[in-house]
Ligand binder design. Structure first.
Ligand code: C5P
Length: 397
């Protein structure tokens, strides 16, 4: 699937570098030519000799060596690739990339290029969660850099949480997605998915039964057609697809901010089940029984309508698609919703518990556009996603 594609693989210094030999092997098995570049710190974790042997290419290590070679300076090296993959991407290298520094070969290559860049961050959970790293991540994503992972799990340092480098098959899928050519190549599509959580106090929240399965399938289908997908997801029960830019949020207000930050886009598909209300008097500390037997009173405030806001906003995507999950009079409610929210299409579905759709593997939808109401048969959610992605590609062509 990667036959003839040239990948410049930048390896920075983290323990996840020990997975790089396997990554190189898998990239080459898929047909790619891999040119490794190592930072000095990377050499503490894996030897240049082993990477060179597996890649079948010499490893580039210092800026000085490279310019001395004369036949290929750093500009040519970064330009000669179809994709630059940074794996693992340490917190330090991400910071240097975000700041535009060029103080070694890796950072210079990354600054001297207009080739698509994919990073696979890997670091200790606290380093990942530090506001500085999250700020750098947001900056890199805004600069158009694509991100795969990190995953969550046990870490080499003995801690648990997000920060593990994405698994090799997920990195491979992300590389393939970025190099895939399809009808949506060059297009940016925003997808919202999952439920939102609205806090009552620091340990309790209001949620809904959305699994995020349909939104996840839509993001994957758009990716497969070549789109760059920004996937803004609430706390879903299915993992996000590989090869899309994931932005995790909890509340409706956070989701609106993430959506606005992701614009402009050619199309937006708002599949999230956003809570209509948030708790206005959420407590800053855990609420306690006060001994009187009287339950607490929650006050609610209306959440922003993300779909309506985007539809009416200055950065409105050319095509805005909303969802309408209804339990009765599905089509009438969906048509009214399309008009009220100002979106172009509505995907309507009947989520009465008897249908098993919410949280299930299948969906039965009607696509409402300005001209038609098209009812599709009951299909696996993946297939609904593929049909919808194909229609979006047609509409944007
Ligand atoms: O009004 P209702 O929640 O049924 O509308 C569903 C559609 O509106 C979905 O596309 C959903 O993602 C979107 N929505 C939103 N922001 C809200 C509520 C719903 O974007 N606050």
């Amino acid at each position: 699937m990667l036959t003839g594609r040239r990948i410049l693989l930048i390896v920075s210094g983290g323990i996840a570098a020990v997975k790089v030999p396997d990554l190189i092997r898998r990239l080459r098995e898929a047909g790619a030519a891999v040119t490794p570049v190592m930072t000095r710190a990377a050499e503490e974790f894996v030897t240049p000799l082993s990477l060179a042997a597996l890649a079948g290419h010499p490893v580039h290590r210092t800026l000085f060596d490279l310019t001395a070679e004369a036949e290929m300076g750093h500009i040519e090296l970064s330009r000669s690739a179809d994709l630059i993959l940074v794996a693992p991407a340490t917190a330090d290298l991400m910071a240097r990339m975000a700041a535009g520094l060029a103080d070694d070969l890796a950072s210079t290559l990354l600054l001297a290029t207009d080739t698509p860049v994919l990073i696979a961050p890997a670091m200790n959970v606290r380093m990942w969660q530090h506001p500085a790293t999250q700020r750098n991540l947001a900056r890199l994503m805004a600069d158009g850099i694509r991100v795969v992972g990190p995953g969550e799990g046990a870490m080499a340092c003995g801690e648990f949480g997000p920060g593990r480098m994405a698994e090799v098959p997920d990195i491979l899928a992300a590389v393939q997605a970025m190099l895939a050519a399809g009808p949506l190549t060059g297009r940016h599509v925003l997808v919202t998915s999952g439920p939102t959580h609205e806090p009552i106090d620091p340990v309790r929240y209001i949620a809904n039964r959305s699994s995020g399965a349909q939104g996840t399938a839509i993001a994957a289908a758009l990716r497969d057609l070549g789109a760059r997908v920004t996937f803004v997801t609430g706390p879903a029960s299915v993992p996000p697809p590989a090869g899309v830019d994931v932005v995790r949020v909890e509340t409706a207000q956070q989701m609106l901010a993430a959506v606005q930050a992701a614009l402009p886009a050619d199309a937006a598909v708002m599949a999230a089940a956003v809570a209509d209300w948030r708790v206005a008097n959420a407590a800053p500390v855990k609420m306690k029984k006060d001994g009187t037997g009287r339950p607490p009173t929650l006050d609610f405030a209306e959440n922003p309508d993300i779909l309506a806001t985007v539809s009416a906003g200055p950065d409105r995507p050319r095509l805005v698609v909303g969802f309408a999950a209804e339990t009765h009079d599905v089509l009438a409610h969906a048509a009214a919703k399309r008009a009220r929210k100002g979106c172009d299409w509505i995907v309507a579905n009947d989520v009465r518990p008897a249908t098993g759709i919410m949280g299930g593997a299948e969906n039965a939808v009607t696509l409402l556009t300005a001209d038609v109401a098209e009812t599709w048969p009951r299909l696996p959610k993946d297939e609904v996603a593929r049909r919808l992605a194909a229609r979006i590609a047609e509409a944007l062509s």
